[in-house]
Design a protein around this ligand. Structure first.
Ligand code: HMG
Ligand code: MG
Length: 289
């Protein structure tokens, strides 16, 4: 069962850069953003309203948000870790607030300084507050399959989190393979079960490609009915609080892989060679294949 179209959400400017030691000026990030838009991406996660101490690479979030080009049809997303982050988000015109927590409580403690259950209460409140301002919300579940500290995460944990988000009226949910250790079998099983339980839920996958499983995992995701995938230019990315989590699946690889199978992405593959190079130049290293 192959769909005609799949949507791709670019996370280069957020996940792609959050773990980089080189600080990239807003001006250069905006230059990169223009190329991403020019290549055909319509959904772009641009930054995170996180404390600069936690993620210095994104310390210019407020400035960047003010300078985003307003283009009809482009949807901007930003990560929002807490209430302070939400106050900053609400002062911008960014479309979607992405709230995140980890299905594995060990990773949640490393990443958010609290247990998964504490975060779930917090995220539920943030979703309600954001909805009352008529802004879009997305729930991102990190370590939805495998945790760097606790190993495989039971499906029931993921379902419990998704259920709470859905009950609080979240607009969409993304499941994250934070360290790239999920197998196609796991992706198929977890996503099929979520889709069976919530057929109308907009569900996406955020796949890190540490061990080269991500393309296989996309096929498993497609088979389970997931049609939105996160990618990054030059395969950049990683969570600073997840050891061994380099690299989101590379945009040019995914586009090529899907288009060769007749699945439309709306993205101009020829332009992605330039964006791959441009971002590698920005971070001053070679990451792309
Ligand atoms: P904490 O230290 O417990 O924070 O961290 P706090 O609430 O105690 O606040 C400490 C100080 O920071 C206070 O200032 C706050 O006002 C300030 P003071 O009163 O001492 O002067 N502060 C802020 N300032 C600006 N913006 C803010 C903010 N928040 C607090 N937003 C906290 C708790 C949640 C803040 C921290 O743990 C945190 O931000 N963690 C986020 C870590 C992160 O961003 N990780 C990477 C993203 S997740 C990811 O990459 C996975 C994903 O890609 C999916 C996948 O791969 O699977 C999404
Ligand atoms: Mg990530």
């Amino acid at each position: 069962n192959f769909p005609e179209k799949v949507s791709i959400r670019d996370v280069t400017l957020r996940d792609g850069l959050q773990n980089e030691s080189v600080f990239i000026e807003a001006e250069n990030k905006l230059g990169g953003l223009n190329e991403i838009i020019d290549a055909g991406f319509r959904r772009i996660e641009v930054t995170s309203f996180v404390h600069p101490k936690w993620v210095p690479a994104l310390s210019d979030a407020d400035e960047l948000a003010k300078r985003l080009p307003k283009i009809p049809g482009i949807q901007y997303d930003a990560l929002v870790p807490n209430i302070k982050g939400l106050e900053r988000f609400l002062k911008t015109n960014i479309d979607t607030a992405v709230f995140f927590l980890s299905a594995s409580t060990k990773h949640n403690e490393a990443n958010l300084n609290r247990t998964t259950n504490e975060s779930l209460v917090h995220v539920s409140d943030l979703i309600s507050k954001t909805r009352s301002h008529n802004r879009k919300t997305m729930g991102a579940v990190a370590t939805a399959f495998v945790c760097p500290y606790a190993g495989e995460v039971p499906y029931q944990e993921v379902e419990r989190i998704v259920t709470t988000m859905v009950e609080n009226g979240v607009d969409e949910v993304g499941l994250g393979d934070t360290i790239g250790k999920a197998t196609p079998k796991m992706i198929y099983e977890y996503c099929s079960r979520i889709k069976d339980k919530y057929p109308d839920l907009t569900l996406s996958l955020h796949l890190h490609d540490t061990y080269g499983y991500a393309l296989a995992n996309i096929i498993a995701g497609i088979q389970s009915g997931v049609y939105i995938y996160d990618t990054a230019q030059a395969g950049l990315g990683g969570c600073p609080y997840a050891p061994g989590a380099p690299g989101n699946v590379q945009a040019s690889q995914v586009v090529n892989f899907l288009e060769r199978q007749g699945i439309e992405t709306g993205i101009d593959i020829d332009k992605l060679k330039n964006t791959d190079q441009m971002f590698q130049d920005m971070v001053k290293k070679q990451t792309s294949v």
